[in-house]
Design a protein around this ligand. Structure first.
Ligand SMILES: *Cc1c(COP(=O)(O)O)cnc(C)c1O
Length: 393
């Protein structure tokens, strides 16, 4: 008999009932150190007082109002995002995959309105992840995600990550945009070198192609800058955001330049929930903390400490870990045994990590975790690795 919850997830036998900062409490009372943060969502950990008060205060006033009306909380959050990023304008969604839908629509509408309606192709990269909607799975194109769901949304050209010649050849008079994650998350924490992002920007400038960055996972302070592309010193035309922006409340956004967004006039797009007062009140509380340069400096310091300790861990357990990769607090450990076994060994030490592609486990902790919690995470990973060594010896 089919379970009452559609069985599309492989769930661990863990039931969390409470969260406090970087910790989660299981139904049996055990406390787990959360180095996954709901896959880069809980950027300020669990039950952060500023977020709880923003949510509860707004909840007592007005939860939802249609986008048929002015929404001051949405306006304020859009202003804040415009002020702190490359963007001139923002559309709010509820998830990453909805942000993907709009990014694709926006790029195609741009060329349609410019009198080049044949420019519809979106160039994307193997190993990427852009969500589970029709545009998201067609964009990523992986066999695992698309099998059985044909006909797929057409107009995506898939390239291998790092194949320079194929990239140049793929940009034609039919290309609308290039869509890429500055750091592949699901694909296994694979950062795009700054030089490559600069090169992509230059290629887009030469050919008029729009550059869409998917910063759903790597954005919102995760790398120690508000958005990951800032490290390369270039800006996109369109950017997808979600995960961390709501700090755990469902919220996403598409940010764009005035030019890139020029096709999106009244009536061309919409969302019932997108940008509602509750979500935007929480989003604003997140932005006020995370966009603060002093906070981001703290993220970079904590990231440096964590990375250094992880390098030591890899050196101490060469049969379990191969290498550390990533930027800021978006780190991956490439594993030798199955990454799923390493994640499970972490659970046994009451430590949460997240598996990714390429046999990697991801560390995506709350951005405000403490030095002691970093040390504790390393201790627990060390014990997990030792347990795996004992098992295979
Ligand atoms: C998680 C993720 C998405 C999809 O976000 P949802 O909120 O699950 O729809 C898209 N792109 C990237 C890079 C992601 O990590």
């Amino acid at each position: 008999m089919i379970p009452s919850v559609l069985p599309t997830y492989n769930r661990a036998a863990l039931k969390f009932v409470k969260g406090e900062g970087s910790w989660m409490v299981e139904a049996d009372g055990r406390r787990f150190l959360d180095m996954g943060a709901g896959i880069a969502v809980n950027v300020l950990g669990h039950a952060h007082p500023a977020l709880v008060s923003a949510l509860t205060e707004q909840a007592g006033k007005l939860w939802h109002v249609s986008n048929l009306y002015q929404i001051p909380q949405q306006q304020a959050l859009a202003d804040k995002l415009v002020e702190t990023t490359f963007a001139d304008t923002v559309f709010f969604t509820n998830s990453g995959t909805e942000s993907c839908e709009l990014a694709v629509k926006m790029a195609r509408k741009y060329w349609y309105d410019k009198g080049q309606p044949e420019r519809t192709d979106i160039v994307t990269f193997n190993g990427s992840f852009h969500g589970r909607s029709s545009a998201g799975i067609a964009a990523a194109g992986s066999e695992k995600m698309v099998k059985g769901f044909a006909p797929l949304l057409p107009g995506f050209v898939h390239l291998d990550w790092g194949d320079h010649d194929a990239l140049h050849a793929a940009i034609t008079e039919r290309t609308a945009a290039i869509l890429i994650e500055p750091i592949q998350g699901e694909g296994g924490i694979r950062p795009l070198p700054d030089q490559c992002l600069k090169g992509l920007r230059a290629l887009c400038d030469q050919t008029g192609t729009l550059l869409i960055l998917d910063e759903v996972q790597c954005g919102m302070g995760r790398t120690g800058r508000l958005f990951a592309h800032e490290w390369a010193g270039v800006t996109p035309d369109i950017m997808m955001v979600a995960k961390g922006i709501g700090g755990g409340f469902p919220l996403g956004a598409v940010l764009a330049t005035e030019d890139a967004a020029s096709g999106m006039t009244a009536g061309t797009h919409g969302s019932t929930y997108g940008g509602n007062p509750l979500a935007c009140a929480v989003g604003m509380a997140v932005m006020e903390i995370v966009a603060d340069p002093a906070f981001l400096e703290g993220v970079r310091a904590r990231a440096g400490a964590l990375r250094q300790k992880l390098e030591g861990l890899v050196a101490a357990h060469p049969d379990v870990f191969e290498s550390v990769r990533g930027t800021g607090l978006m780190l991956g450990l490439k594993c030798k045994p199955s990454n799923l076994d390493v994640v499970a060994a972490g659970y046994a030490q009451q430590l949460i990590t997240v598996p990714a592609g390429d046999n990697v486990i991801r560390l995506l902790p709350p951005l405000n975790l403490s030095e002691e919690e970093i040390a504790e995470a390393i201790d627990r990973l060390d014990r997990a690795a030792t347990a795996l060594e004992v098992k295979t010896a």
